[in-house]
Each structure stands twice: as C-alpha cells, then as structure tokens.
Design a protein around this ligand. Sequence first.
Ligand SMILES: C[S@@+](CC[C@H](N)C(=O)[O-])C[C@H]1O[C@@H](n2cnc3c(N)ncnc32)[C@H](O)[C@@H]1O
Length: 381
Amino acid sequence: MSNSLNPTILLTRDGTPTLQLPNSEVTYHSIHGALSEAQHVFISEGIASLKVAPDQAIEVLEVGFGTGLNAALTLLWAKENNRTVHYRGLEPHPIAASFWEDYPWKQGSVELAEALKQMQSATSGSKGVQMGGSTFQVDHRSIENFTQSSKGYDIIYYDAFAPSHQPELWTKSLFTQLRHMVRPGGVLVTYCAKGLVRRNLMAAGWNVEQIQGPPGKREMIRAIHHPVSRFNVRVYGMILDETGERLLICNERLPDGSYAQKFPGGGVELGEGVMDAWWRECQEELGCQPAMQSVELFHTVETFIRSIFRPDDQLIALYYVCRLQSNEDVAWTEESAASPGGESNVQVSWKDWRSLDFRSFRFPTDQSAIQKLQANSTISQ
Ligand SMILES: C[S@@+](CC[C@H](N)C(=O)[O-])C[C@H]1O[C@@H](n2cnc3c(N)ncnc32)[C@H](O)[C@@H]1O
C-alpha cells in the first residue's frame, strides 16, 4: 500500500518480531520483547484492570494499530474472560496484506498466531473481525483527524511512536482531545513514561499514575479521566520583610505525616472573601495578623491543576505579595520555629528569597509562584 512506512522486520528479545522504520532506530515495540510489552501494558495493566460491569461491552480505541498485536491479544483476552469488546484501531499507514505472509510469528499459542493473522488481514481491508458479539475494526485515519463516536471509550491504548519521533502526538492539546473521547472513569495506557508525557497528560486533566513497566522498562503510564466536581480556591501570601530581602516560609506537617515547604495561606471557605480567608489562615498558622505596607495580587495559577489530596477538586490558587510594615512586630527569625500562638504543626522562618530553590516547595503551584518572584527583579524596591 502506498501509504505504508515500509518497515523491515526485527526480532525482539522475547523472540517475537516487531517492525522497524527504514534508516532509523524507531521500532513498533520495545526491543526487550514485543509480546511481553503488549501483554503487560495493554492487557494486564490495561483492559484487565478496568472496572466495567461483566455484562457490559468494553469500548477500546487503539492509537497506532501497527501489526495488530494489541488487538489480537485483546481478542484472546475477551474470549478467555467471556467479555464483549468493541475495538477501533487507528492506522494511517496500513501495511499491505502480502507483507504479513512472511511475518515470522512463532511464539505464544496457536490461538494467538491465528488471531494475529485475522487482525493483519483486517488492517488492509475495511471488513474488520468479528468474534461472538465482539468487533474489531481498523480505521485508516490519524488520531488528529479522528472524531469521537457517540459513546465514550472505556480505554485508549496509546501506542504511538515515541515522542522523540512524533512529538506532535504527545501534546497537551491532543491529550485533551483524547480525554473528551473517554467516559468518566475511562483510562489511557501507554508504554511511555517520560516526564513530558506525564506533565502534558496532567495539564490535559488526566489523573496520572506511574506504574511498573514491562520487562526492560522501569515504568509505564496509566491515566484516568477522573472528572473534577468542584473548585478549591486557595490563597497564599508571599510575605516579604520590611526591607524586601527576606521571605516568610512555612514548613507544615500535613495530615499524611509528610512535611511541605509552602507559603502561609490555605483554602477559602464558603461565605468568606479571598482576603478574609488569607487573614484567617495567617492567624491560624502564624498566630498574628501583622500590619503590612502593601498587599498586592501577584500571581494566579492559570493552568488546570488537580488537588493531590482530593482528586475531585480543581485548584485555583492566588498569590499575594505582602510587605511587612515593621520587622519589630513579629517574632520570626531565620531559625525555623512555631510562631507564638500559631499552629504547632507549622514552623516558620525568614529566607533569602533570591537563593531559594523552587524545587524545595512541595506543590507545583508554589513552585511557579516562587519562580515568578525570582524572575521579577523590581519586587524588593
Ligand atoms: C509504536 S507503533 C504501534 C504498534 C502497534 N500497536 C502494534 O501492536 O504493532 C505506532 C503506530 O502508529 C501509527 N501512527 C503514526 N502516526 C499516527 C497518527 N497520527 N495517528 C495514529 N496512528 C499513527 C504508525 O503507523 C504505527 O503503526
């Protein structure tokens, strides 16, 4: 088929074949084992991990149908578990049916070899494969041109080429498009566990888990479309001392026993103004409401952020820069200590804000606020 990428055959370490693009290192599966990777990522940690009622059909979307291995394994899984599956594979570069005649598939069961043959003949045509009530279809469109069917998918097998080869398939905007294609609670699994992929999935609203990867790979990603159901508005003060040289930092023991470096502040409660909430938090954490020369809104987190502690909550965080009227009014020093009258689980101290490492803050919203402060050279004037 003229649209094919003209790959060649390569044997992987578990003895099963994969394809490799000409003049490149790009392969269709992990070289550590095509079968073991597909079985682990898409079956054991994918479809087999779903919570779908036993009498309900499972809707699967595969991005990058390739050799049809994931589809063949899914067919066998459906048979063994007496499940109905409706499978849609996307493949903009289908390979000609004649290519598969010499495909050296010798591993695994006879059933798997048979299922793979069926899938490979489905790749080039449009008739698809039927087994019991299950259906398997290959669509020769790319994911960018694919629009949602009426029902949401239960799971997306995201098996595109690696970000180094096709970065356009691992972006926040594409992951947002994919999130709209799954039902609430729907899942996306992928072999790729790169930080950029994880961050883009999170920014697109997915709840991301890094789990044990297949042989030869430490981690893989399973992302869940866990819809948020409420806003959680947070307000924080970046309190500078009288001279503007030092910044007040809290070290708080959280309910889970861990510690987090953060700014004084917390959640706005219903019936409270944003500043009412901030002064209340000041009283609780610092034990006082010191007089300020100025209090100005400095930073608002504009991206989607899910609460680490409450996955139903979407965070909206506001940061105010405040300048203390007089250092004499407060007891805080460079030594970390609980404020007189403040909560005992919060220790506070002055720090030279220019030399703070943003990574020492636990929460990404605080990290972005301190980075913005450090980039703003006029703040202490
Ligand atoms: C890593 S391989 C997939 C391996 C495949 N799942 C298998 O079991 O053999 C990536 C696949 O994505 C396909 N592909 C490339 N661009 C694509 C796009 N924009 N949308 C969907 N699939 C794409 C490639 O043709 C290739 O078959």
